[in-house]
Design a protein. Structure first.
Length: 237
């Protein structure tokens, strides 16, 4: 990675799944994925459903292991290859470098919403009071009523849960932000709030990689598109 502004680079990344219930048939997801994202840049992964967009995000986050290639992320003055990192190192990266907003909210049952978001802010280095203040700010921006803040988000509607998910992902202010269809359950007003929040993160130097099926949101956020279909390989029958 010769460009000092690059925070993420994928080099020759490939992924396939083995279907053990179908006699070990292999599904090639992506092959020879190559792209980089710089500080302050928002890159949108484009392509039809099943092209491998979410798989690429999950490999960057370390949920999926790449079968081949390097996934390099900047940590201070060095780079770590997520594709080769030990599980403990991947957990450290999630606490300090990579934030991820998935399509689904997974939290500890019975923990209140304000505490869920504040815990993410505290993981990013904020003190207890500052973390709760940041959580309250984000929940207010995302229109989660204050009377719900002490309730566990599992009791919320799908749209409310996704807004809590977004608040948690943005609370820690890590240098790399991954977004997997963050607007899927949002109304127009909250989509606009999300756009403003992500733009602010990019302006602060965060590298954003996202999947946005809402074309209007993608057009407002993305500095560049990466067409995932060019990394696709023929699927096995």
């Amino acid at each position: 990675m010769s460009d000092p502004g690059e925070l993420v680079r994928l080099e020759g990344v490939a992924k396939k799944f083995v279907l053990h219930l179908r006699g070990g048939a292999e599904i090639e997801v992506v092959d020879d994925v190559n792209f980089a994202v710089r500080s302050g840049e928002c890159v949108a992964l484009s392509g039809p459903s099943g092209a491998g967009k979410s798989s690429i995000l999950k490999m960057i986050y370390g949920n999926y292991r790449a079968d081949r290639g390097a996934i390099l992320v900047r940590v201070g003055d060095e780079f770590v290859d997520v594709a080769q990192a030990e599980p403990r190192r991947i957990l450290e990266l999630r606490l300090s470098v990579i934030a991820y907003v998935s399509q689904f909210l997974r939290v500890i049952p019975r923990v209140g919403t304000l505490d869920v978001v504040a815990a993410a802010a505290a993981e990013g280095g904020r003190g207890p009071d500052d973390a709760r203040e940041r959580a309250a700010e984000l929940l207010t921006r995302l229109q989660i009523p204050r009377q719900l803040w002490q309730l566990p988000p599992a009791t919320f509607s799908g749209g409310e849960q996704q807004r809590v998910n977004i608040a948690r992902g943005l609370a820690a202010e890590r240098p790399i932000l991954l977004l997997d269809e963050p607007t899927a359950s949002l109304d127009a007003a909250n989509r606009a709030v999300l756009v403003d929040l992500v733009k602010a993160r990019a302006r602060s130097g965060v590298a954003v990689i996202g999947i946005f099926h809402d074309e209007d949101v993608r057009d407002h956020l993305a500095d560049r598109l990466v067409d995932v279909t060019r990394f696709a390989r023929k699927r096995a029958a």
